[in-house]
Write a new protein. Structure first.
Length: 257
């Protein structure tokens, strides 16, 4: 039995512009709602949310069962959770705060089997469907169907983007405007940042490497699609809930006078 087409497979097939959101709440119900709502994917946020390995593992399985592709953002670039996320059957991993070509090569190598990388054999895990998949299928999915992405979030990394994209096991790029604007003090619309974004998009698209980012509004998602991004995360489960509840109580109080 084959896995459902995963996130990176859909990117390779150019199956449209993919739309996801951050899964920050360690709750299976909210992950399921994201799937039923019609998102293409969700990203379990282990960097800025209270997910641990167990909650991430459960979210991966539950989300895939609800029709989502499930990615995870690692808590840092140490690769300490990489093997276990992959063993859990995750569709891809984003590593935050990658600043150099050497870091990009190291963190993405940990996501793929030899000879390209250093990932260990975990055939008895969920990624091998608990030994029910043929070994060849397990290895093929691990080598060819998993997104291995790095987040570039400072000007130095963007200025050195060609070297970062040359990392042998890297197959996706994520531009993080939150930390980029924080570190530079510039708005995302500043010409300096837009020029770095354009440079990164051109370099990645020339190599056939899909690029993603995070946005707040549908209009921002349209802009990203039009300039060459392949996927975006829009908002987050926490933000969606907070704004909906605030809107509901404000509307109710206005109605009550």
């Amino acid at each position: 039995m084959d896995w459902n087409p995963g996130f990176f497979e859909r990117l390779k097939q150019k199956a449209g512009f993919l739309i996801g959101t951050w899964a920050k709440i360690p709750s299976l119900e909210t992950v399921e709602m994201i799937g039923h709502a019609g998102f293409d994917f969700a990203v379990i946020d282990m960097e800025h949310a209270p997910h641990d390995l167990q909650s991430a593992f459960h979210a991966i399985a539950y989300g895939q069962g609800a029709g989502l592709s499930m990615l995870a953002r690692a808590p840092d670039r140490s690769s300490s959770v990489t093997q276990r996320l992959l063993d859990g059957g995750v569709d891809g991993i984003l590593v935050p705060r990658v600043e150099t070509a050497e870091q990009a090569a190291e963190v993405t190598a940990a996501m793929v089997f030899p000879p390209l990388g250093t990932r260990g054999m975990g055939y008895t895990s969920r990624a091998g469907r608990w030994c029910l998949d043929p070994v060849d299928s397990y290895l093929d999915r691990g080598r060819n169907a998993i997104l291995r992405g790095v987040q570039v979030e400072d000007t130095g990394a963007l200025e050195n983007i060609e070297a970062i994209l040359a990392a042998p096991a890297l197959n996706s790029l994520f531009i993080g405007f939150g930390d980029l604007t924080l570190s530079t003090g510039l708005p995302a619309s500043h010409p300096t940042l837009l020029a770095l974004e354009a440079k990164a998009l051109a370099a990645a698209n020339e190599r056939g490497i899909p690029v993603g980012t995070a946005v707040v509004t549908p209009a921002e998602a349209v802009r990203c699609r039009d300039i060459g991004y392949s996927y975006v995360m829009i908002s987050a489960d926490t933000t969606i809930f907070a704004r909906a509840t605030r809107g509901l109580i404000d509307e109710t109080r206005r109605a009550l006078g």
